[in-house]
Design a protein around this ligand. Sequence first.
Ligand code: GLU
Length: 430
Amino acid sequence: MSHQVQRYLDQVRGEFAGVDDGELASYIPELTRVDPHGFGVALSSSDGFVYESGDAATEFTIQSISKPFTYALALESVGCAAVDAKIGVEPSGEAFNEISVDKVTKRPKNPMINAGAIAAVSLVPGSSPDERFALIQDYYSAFAGRRLHIDSEVYASEKTSGDRNRAIAYMLASFGVLDDDPDEVLDVYFRQCSLKVTATDLARMAATLARNGMNPLTGRRATDAPVVRRTLSVMVTCGMYDAAGDWVSAVGMPAKSGVGGGILAVLPGQLGIGTYSPLLDSRGNSVRSVLLCRKLSEELGLHFLTVARDSRSTLRAIYEPRDDIRVYEVHGDLLFCGAEQVVRTVDRGCDEFAVGILDVTRVDDIDDAAKHLLSGMGTTLRERGKVGLIVDPDRMVIGAGSEFEDFRFSTVQDAVDAAAAFLGVEGSDR
Ligand code: GLU
């Protein structure tokens, strides 16, 4: 464990521990019975190490933080097109429990408001509420890395006091958004909201999203990358009730909050945060959790739009081992923008050499767009009367059986020798 990080987390939590603004959610009596002073935070690194501070092990109900996960399960089960046919992805600007649908499409505006969340439940496969809920429970548990259970008192109370949600579900049925019995769908929705989690569970669930669906604790895949991308997108625009804009500007992490007092925040590729403090502001977000996330983001540079480094560092070196032969050595992680820069630099220098050699030996990772650009470079050079060779011992760019295989070498020396031989032949022809 890093004592520095632990000390820092304790200190930041301590800073806000005295804040007692806000109210407990009171639409059901069970939520007013919690300790208003409860305050915990957990931070999971992307390799699954968890730092905890305060009441990180206190259980509370997940409530609306369930919404992104059921949406993800619906996406995974029936596919994006079928989900889009029933639920939009636009921020609503309305209260989370508004009895409304989009005026034109008659679909719920997004899956983070109750209407969209109830529609998402109906897309989870299952021939009975029990079957549907079992899938949901398994799914959330895979993200948390432990079995999650229901708070049966909260569930019973949600069910007896859920008239507003009933109104929403029946409205959705009347618009053809719900194909199943509204009460059965609602029963599952109430159960999912009543699942108990801790701040640590939320941090682990967030870290699983941060890892593109791979749970860093269990090493098991909970979902796949396209599902994560879509889910995080909706969390960015709609995850924090009516405060989504403020949150993105100040904190800048895809997140979801719930009236149980939790917030789950994700920094893609990096970490997951879970917080708990049940006193809520007027928008329904946990007061101390928001303050804490804001501070962590500012001080640790967690805003997802922070530009960490630009792609100039892609080109490590350019040198000429012999007259007429120029080597471009690239390194690091190559995405479209870095590869575009390499291709443009080679293009610009093209009149100054006869053979261009691209050395990708030190590339750590490369995506498809970059691969496509770099593998086409040889063809572009040939069109301009040049020779393009590539040093690609690990087949980062040139896959087995590629049409460019003849231009691939394992070392720079081999490529330079081949280029020299070629230039020699060229020379004797002249
Ligand atoms: N069970 C709550 C409801 O649907 C969830 C509220 C929330 O966390 O926003 O009303």
